[in-house]
Design a protein around this ligand. Structure first.
Ligand SMILES: *Cc1c(COP(=O)(O)O)cnc(C)c1O
Length: 415
């Protein structure tokens, strides 16, 4: 019996049920993944007990000899992974990492050119609901009908608005970005280049997508998406911005760093440095490409036209006459976890948008390959063709369970 089940049977039971859910469903949310047992162990370690405000070698608390080694290892490994000059591993997550960069490099009222949310950008790239949008002036660019970003239009916006930061990066965009093109435009108007690689950090670490760290001034990321580490954030930057960024993270925005999470980040970075991680990243993209083709063959309308990374956004409403909310619920009942998502200039409300966003990082971690993607596409199609038919959903649910048991996760883990 675990300590947890003895002291807190309620939470132990919820965790057991959550573990079973993760074991038995097709996890297609593109921002999720399945971390290793080693990452879980580091997360649940004694490093959680420690206060370590400051940075390695310069702490405001005693007793940080081993913690310093852990954080230094995380920084060193991240530098190696991306070829970065400076790394800060303390941001608590992706949103705080972005906020820290804005705080470090901008004055209130300064302008950032970022991607529109409904065209694939993240909330923290200027959505009016965020605190950041109240402090800074965000001008947002959009994608074209063919799914690309028109650099001439981006340049016109940059010349007109004179941004201090030109920001690339996205949460629901499936095409690649011309970093050199962004950089040329930023240079022309004297702006700092920032890339938020949260979604694709693992594909870059696995050498399947171009590395923006070589080209851009500042790169932010989460560590829990394709990179397959613990929930958390990270900032990589040129040396000239290092002091401003470190000061903005601590004491600017945060207090004590979560050193158990930093230990887990270090473990995940070492995993990503192994040659096998390249194979993983390559398979994520192969799987996404096959899944996208299979969906197209079944009449699904793919937003942005195709995928060049790990994610696919399809217009569920235009394809199958099912709104995003209805689609998400029906698929959930069939053991397929997805998330509803807005499509460019969506006319439906944010809580019931037109799109559904899916991705292959988690199912690829389980070991699924091209063959299984055909089943996934067919299963999605069957459910969305009959979203209210319980017998169809039950049948798919059973087939999904059978498939998942062929690709088990977390063996003897229990709570
Ligand atoms: C996920 C994501 C974030 C935010 O990360 P959280 O850890 O949820 O705060 C920021 N930017 C982009 C592009 C993302 O996809």
């Amino acid at each position: 019996m675990s300590y947890l089940s003895q002291t807190d049977p309620a939470i132990a039971e919820y965790l057991t049920k959550e573990l079973e859910r993760q074991q038995d469903v097709l996890e297609l949310i593109p921002s999720e993944n399945i971390v290793s047992r080693a990452v879980l162990e580091a997360l649940g370690s004694v490093a959680t007990n420690k206060y370590s405000e400051g940075y390695p070698g310069r702490r405001y608390y005693g007793g940080n000899q081993e913690i310093d080694k852990i954080e230094a290892a995380a920084i060193e490994r991240a530098k190696q992974l991306y070829g970065a000059e400076h790394v800060n591993v303390q941001p608590l997550s992706g949103a705080p990492a972005n906020m820290a960069v804005y705080a470090a490099l901008l004055e209130p009222g300064d302008t950032v050119l970022g991607m529109d949310l409904s065209h694939g950008g993240h909330l923290t790239h200027g959505h009016p609901m965020t605190v950041m949008a109240k402090i800074y002036n965000f001008v947002r660019y959009k994608t074209e009908n063919d799914g690309t970003i028109d650099l001439d239009k981006l340049r016109t916006l940059a010349l007109e608005h004179k941004p201090k930061i030109v920001l690339a990066g996205f949460s629901s965009y499936s095409r690649s970005i011309d970093y050199a093109g962004f950089k040329r435009i930023a240079d022309e108007v004297g702006a700092i280049t920032m890339m938020d690689m949260a979604h694709i950090a693992g594909l870059i670490a696995g050498k399947q997508l171009e590395n923006p760290v070589k080209i851009f001034d500042v790169v932010t990321t989460t560590t829990h998406k394709t990179l397959r580490g613990p929930r958390g954030g990270m900032i990589l930057a040129r040396e000239q911005y290092s002091k401003a960024i470190d000061r903005a993270v601590f004491p600017g925005l945060q207090g004590g760093p979560h050193e158990n999470v930093i230990a887990a980040k270090a473990v995940a970075f070492l995993e990503a440095l192994q040659p096998a991680f390249e194979g993983y990243a390559r398979q994520i993209m192969k799987n996404a490409s096959v899944l996208c083709d299979e969906l197209k063959n079944r009449g699904f309308k793919i937003v942005f036209g195709s995928t060049e990374n790990h994610l696919i956004l399809f217009d569920a409403f235009a394809s199958k006459g099912v709104g995003g909310k209805h689609a998400e619920r029906a698929l959930d009942e069939a053991g397929i976890t997805v998330n509803k998502n807005v499509i460019p200039d969506d006319t439906r409300p944010p809580l019931d948008p037109s799109g559904v966003r899916i991705g292959t990082p988690a199912i690829t971690t389980r070991g699924m390959k091209e063959e299984e993607m055909k089943f996934v596409a067919e299963a999605i199609d069957r459910v969305l063709a009959n979203p209210d038919d319980d017998s169809v959903k039950q049948a798919v649910r059973e087939e999904v369970r059978t498939l998942c048991r062929r690709f088990p996760i977390y063996g003897d883990l229990s709570y």
